[in-house]
Structures are given as C-alpha cells and as structure tokens.
Design a protein around this ligand. Structure first.
Ligand SMILES: Cc1cc2nc3c(=O)[nH]c(=O)nc-3n(C[C@H](O)[C@H](O)[C@H](O)COP(=O)(O)O)c2cc1C
Length: 216
C-alpha cells in the first residue's frame, strides 16, 4: 500500500471558499439549486451534472451509483437510464430516492431526497433522439445490470443491433427512458473552516417549503 493511503487520517484540509447566510432561507430551493448548478458549471467544476442516486430495494438494502442529470426543471431533476436496471427495479419497489451532488471546486454539496417517477414517453423520445448514434445503439445492446458472460458478448450484442438498424434511425427502446425526481427535502451544504459548515435545509410540507439550519 502506498504511504499516502496509510496516512488518510492525516489529511486535515479546511474549507474556506464560501458561506451560506441565514437570509438564503427565503429563497425558493429549486431556484437556489439552479443557481448553484450554474455556478458549478461556470467555475468549471469537474462533471457538475454528475449526481449520485441512492435507491433502497424491498429488503431495505440501499444502493448508490452515479448518473448524469439531463434536465433541470421546476419540478425537479431528470436522469435517463434502463427501465430494467437494478436502480429501476429498486424504484419500482420503492420510489423514494436520494440524489447527491458534490461540487468540490466550490466546496458545496446538495442533497435532494424525494420520489422518482418515469417521465412522459415524449420526453424520453426527445432526449433519446438527441443522443449520438453510438449511445443509442449502446442502449439497445446493454441489458443494464444483468450478468454477462464476457466483454465479447457485449460487443457481439452491439454489432447485432448496429446491423439491425443499418440505414435507419434508431428508435428509443421501450425499456429505456427518464426518471424525474421530485424533491421533498433539499439540503444545501457549504464547507466552512474548522468543520463549522453551513447547512440550510428545505422540507416540503404540502405545497410549502419549511426551512431550517442544521448543525454541521
Ligand atoms: C460519471 C458517470 C455518469 C453515468 N451516467 C449514467 C446515466 O446517466 N445513466 C445510467 O443509466 N448510468 C450512468 N452511469 C452508470 C451508472 O453509474 C451505473 O453503473 C449503471 O446505471 C447501472 O446501475 P444499476 O445497476 O445500479 O442500475 C454513469 C456512471 C458514471 C461514473
């Protein structure tokens, strides 16, 4: 093991790039989220639209994976995936999910807890049609999350769909589309010195957002 791995506990770097004043509490949290995303993009944070989605299956086993946020709308955030994947099976059993963005260049984290639902088919069609052809074919070729014999089997499946759709547009597979996460809890976290971080949390109560600050 390299020495820096054995010295993980010695990394005591501090956070000092921003702060969250209490007056932020009067902001609409989805507008604030949009502002933070825009700042992460404009500050060239690495992959600012990468988001870790956690699902919980019927045995209460949580599972997390990274996806890309592809739409940011008033109601929430949208990502696209295979509707037969592990995450989709989890969501079918339990639509409650958690989404986590970490923007290291701004020392910010946003947690969105909420409920996932499939987006309308036209929305998935629209996004699928905008994808590069290779990604469209890949969506057909991959039985996402299912076990596979070897890499060659995957490439064979890709070649087969390439042949199948030769000379024509690739339609969206029925088993592929988007999920909208409608948040019921949005937490904005800004790193601060001495681990005295700012945490401002919005909790949806019927149609209004309750807001409070939490201890770091
Ligand atoms: C940066 C990054 C972005 C990803 N974006 C997506 C995505 O938008 N949709 C998707 O289905 N998988 C995406 N993946 C792959 C997922 O992390 C995951 O491996 C896959 O969706 C299968 O997850 P599951 O078996 O839990 O359903 C991405 C992975 C990384 C590292």
């Amino acid at each position: 093991m390299k020495e820096f791995v054995t010295k993980l506990r010695d990394d005591h770097s501090d956070f000092e790039s921003g702060k969250l004043e209490d007056d932020i509490k009067s902001t609409d949290p989805m507008l604030l989220f949009q502002k933070w995303y825009e700042e992460a993009y404009e500050r060239n944070c690495s992959e600012p639209h990468a988001v870790t989605i956690s699902t919980v299956n019927k045995d209460l086993q949580p599972s997390s994976r990274t996806v890309y946020m592809k739409e940011l709308i008033e109601e929430g955030i949208v990502f696209y995936t295979n509707y037969e994947s592990q995450k989709a099976q989890d969501i079918a059993e339990n639509p409650k999910v958690s989404a986590l963005f970490y923007w290291d260049c701004l020392e910010r984290q946003v947690r969105l807890n909420g409920v996932a639902e499939k987006v309308p088919e036209e929305m998935s069609d629209d996004y699928f049609n905008s994808r590069p052809r290779g990604s469209q074919l890949g969506a057909w070729a991959s039985k996402q999350s299912a076990a596979i014999q070897d890499r060659a089997s995957l490439e064979k499946a890709y070649n087969a769909v390439e042949e199948r759709f030769k000379g024509q547009d690739v339609p969206r597979p029925e088993f592929w589309g988007g999920y909208l996460i409608r948040p019921t809890y949005i937490e904005f976290w800004q790193g601060r010195p001495s681990r005295l971080h700012d945490r401002i949390c919005f909790v949806k109560d019927k149609n209004r957002w309750e807001v409070h600050r939490k201890n770091p």
